[in-house]
Design a protein around this ligand. Structure first.
Ligand code: NAD
Ligand code: DAU
Length: 339
């Protein structure tokens, strides 16, 4: 079995590669990643010499390069993680989100049509459903919830999903889609809420909470997401969408306070800053379908996952300190100094 994993030098793709090489001895994993600012080869250090692993620095919008790898590797399965993934950056400059997230997805699926595969899996997001009100805790996203996007990022992911369904119907491409809630865990890029707050707290820097901090996200430990995708690519039904989430809704402000508490830092570090434009209020996944059809359930409770994650950031400072010493500094100034 040969699996092409795109975006494997990023947060979830990297965790997925570690997971698959561990759980499926004998599977060949080929990672395609163009190494944007979010891609980091150090994330793949633990597997770089694995005999069943190959890394190729390839941009998924570069058709010729993608086709060449398909000819060489003859993959059985493709899992497409590669994307521009940060909402704030999409608000700053949407174009690259449309290129990678939409055109890149089309290029990957064209390669699948041309060379043949058993399964193309699109890693999508709960953000395609838009948001839920804060005062209706009875409402959840199901696979039937209409698409209703808020940011250029979520619009690009929703466009890619529609394209996947179109390729499934028009060309008979064996597609599956997963729509997962917010992930957290090791190798999470420090521009995102949890790692940013850990890094700032450790440096005694202010922790910038958007708006009132009342917005709710539904957090899932990254390995549980990897397990869900593993199940979908092996047992999921072609043409289907599976929501992935573990009923773990938390307000941003509560997450930030929890991190400060674990690190023994003062809540005085919290700074409320102007809100994200178009900021989605609440995400909450109903995972009934993947639970009943595939028997998936999250294994890591949030209180254990967040402790493991904080420990990981404490024990792997070189991984994230290297990141925040580079281009990230300019990003941070642009994003936060003017707020
Ligand atoms: P990430 O930003 O950490 O990693 C993205 C990776 O894709 C990077 O390694 C980057 O170099 C690579 N990449 C970007 N453009 C590329 C291109 N044109 N060609 C090849 N590689 C390219 O993202 P992540 O948080 O790991 O998210 C992975 C996927 O999961 C995305 O599709 C995202 O939409 C989806 N998702 C993320 C979350 C989350 O909480 N992070 C939740 C649900 C779904
Ligand atoms: O729901 C899945 C999505 O989760 C994925 O599709 C995206 O790729 C991923 O980035 C994530 O999107 P969010 O926008 O929810 O994640 P982020 O970590 O950027 O923000 C989480 C919440 O924290 C959000 O309500 C905004 C808030 N926030 C974020 C940052 C970076 C702050 O209050 N301060 C911050 O500095």
């Amino acid at each position: 079995m040969t699996i092409i994993v795109t975006g494997g030098a990023g947060f979830i793709g990297g965790n997925f590669i570690h997971y698959m090489l561990r759980e499926h001895p004998g599977y060949r994993i080929v990672c395609l990643d163009s190494l944007t600012y979010a891609g980091n080869l150090a994330t793949l250090d633990p597997v770089k010499d694995h005999p069943d692993f190959r890394f190729c620095q390839v941009d998924i919008t570069e058709r010729g390069d993608v086709y060449k790898i398909f000819m060489e590797e003859k993959p059985d399965i493709v899992v497409n993680f590669a994307a521009e993934s940060h909402v704030d950056r999409s608000i700053e400059e949407p174009t690259v989100f449309l290129q990678t997230n939409i055109l890149g997805t089309a290029t990957m699926m064209d390669a699948c049509r041309r060379y043949g595969i058993k399964r193309y899996h699109q890693v999508s997001t709960d953000e395609v459903y838009g948001d839920l009100p804060l005062d209706r805790l009875d409402l959840f996203f199901t696979e039937e919830t209409p698409i209703h996007t808020s940011s250029p990022y979520s619009a690009s992911k929703a466009s890619a999903d529609l394209l996947c369904l179109a390729y499934a119907r028009t060309y008979g491409l064996p597609v599956t889609i997963s729509r997962c809630s917010n992930n957290y865990g090791p190798y999470h890029f420090p521009e995102k809420l949890i790692p940013l707050m850990i890094a700032n707290a450790l440096a005694d820097k202010k922790l910038p909470v958007y708006g009132t901090g009342e917005n709710v996200r539904d957090w899932l430990y990254v390995e549980d997401h990897c397990k869900a995708i593993d199940l979908i690519i092996h047992k999921g039904r072609v043409g289907e969408i599976y929501n992935v989430g573990g009923h773990n809704e938390m307000k941003n402000i509560d997450i930030v306070k929890l991190i400060l508490h674990h690190l023994g830092k003062s809540e005085d570090l919290i700074e409320f800053v102007p809100d994200r434009r178009g900021h989605d209020l609440r995400y909450a996944i109903d995972p009934t379908k993947i639970k009943t059809e595939l028997g998936w359930e999250p294994e890591t409770k949030f209180e254990d996952g967040i402790k493991k994650t904080i420990e990981w950031y404490l024990n792997n400072r070189e991984w994230w300190e290297e990141i925040i010493s580079g281009e990230y500094k300019d990003y941070y100034k642009r994003m936060y100094n003017a707020r």
